[in-house]
Write a protein that binds this ligand. Structure first.
Ligand code: COA
Length: 257
């Protein structure tokens, strides 16, 4: 088990993917990204799972792309590593993703957290895009998602200096949802996951899509996605159940239909 690059844990409706390359600080080698994409896709089609957590260890979330795999590569060789495809596969995951971050979330590690819908961090978490110190720039969304998350000025500082920000700073910049003591971060992420898992899954998926599109689209286009998803939900059993349960003063039983 310990030799696997990622480990999957399932608990009720929550699936957790643990990054498991401790000797290299969970550096995201092509093999690691491939294993991660496989694990996420496996949980995405698992009918028992409603929310997915990506976690590292308490010391490190992930210290970025694997520098060893890139050190001598030409642009074409970098392209041939195929890492873009693994990132695209992760982007296509439909279920809510929560990053449980403790320690370093550097480079691709920071981008992996940014790819998630929610970020729960320990007080020891640090976020950085240090690629500039290696003579490159972020290549998995760091210049784009970070800018949308914390604004161009703060993102520019992180991308141009490569310096890390603490969990507290990340929280103040609206980069993350929660900061908790290190011994609590995974439990906190699981509690948040459980709360979302209790909600009607189709509505969760529609809501998630609307919020994610809102980041990418114009307001008018985003409003259209919201309206479409809002109306579609009136064709689900869970909408009838949610509203009837409220009127009958009982807890709802959502079936995901
Ligand atoms: N790629 C490949 N290997 C990495 C790595 C990465 N991104 N980050 C860490 N490692 C390896 C180190 O080479 C070392 O391997 P070794 O024991 O075989 O020599 C091992 O992980 C431990 O790392 P080390 O640097 O000794 O740990 P540290 O606690 O002193 O420092 C960091 C931790 C995160 C500050 C430091 O490892 C670091 O700066 N890593 C690179 C971060 C980065 O630039 N990421 C963006 C890549 S594009």
């Amino acid at each position: 088990m310990t030799e696997e690059l990622v480990l999957i844990e399932k608990e009720n409706a929550v699936g957790t993917v643990h990054l498991n390359r401790p000797d290299k600080l969970n550096a995201l080698s092509p093999a690691m990204l491939s294993a991660l994409a496989d694990a996420l896709e496996q949980l995405d089609v698992d009918k028992d799972i409603r929310v997915i957590i990506i976690a590292g260890s308490s010391n490190v979330f992930a210290a970025g792309a694997d520098i060893e795999a890139m050190a001598k590569a030409s642009p074409l060789e970098m392209k041939a590593l195929g890492t873009r495809d693994y990132w695209l596969r992760m982007r296509r995951i439909d279920k809510p993703l929560i990053a449980a971050v403790s320690g370093y979330a550097f480079g691709g590690g920071c981008e992996l957290a940014l790819q998630c819908d929610l970020i729960v961090a320990s007080e020891t978490a640090q976020f950085a895009q240090p690629e500039i110190k290696l003579g490159i720039i972020p290549g998995a969304g760091g210049t784009q998602r970070l800018t949308k998350a914390i604004g161009p000025y703060r993102a520019m500082e992180m991308v141009l200096t490569g310096e890390a920000i603490s969990a507290q700073e990340a929280y103040q910049h609206n980069l993350i949802n929660r900061v908790v003591p290190v011994e609590r971060y995974l439990d906190e992420a699981k509690e948040l996951a459980r709360l979302i898992a209790e909600r009607p899954p189709v509505a969760v998926r529609m809501a998630r899509e609307a919020v994610r599109r809102g980041v990418e689209y114009t307001l008018t286009d985003g409003m259209e996605v919201e309206r479409r998803n809002f109306l579609l939900l009136f064709d689900t059993d869970d909408q009838a159940e949610g509203m009837n349960a409220f009127l009958e003063k009982r807890p709802p039983e959502f079936k995901g239909e």
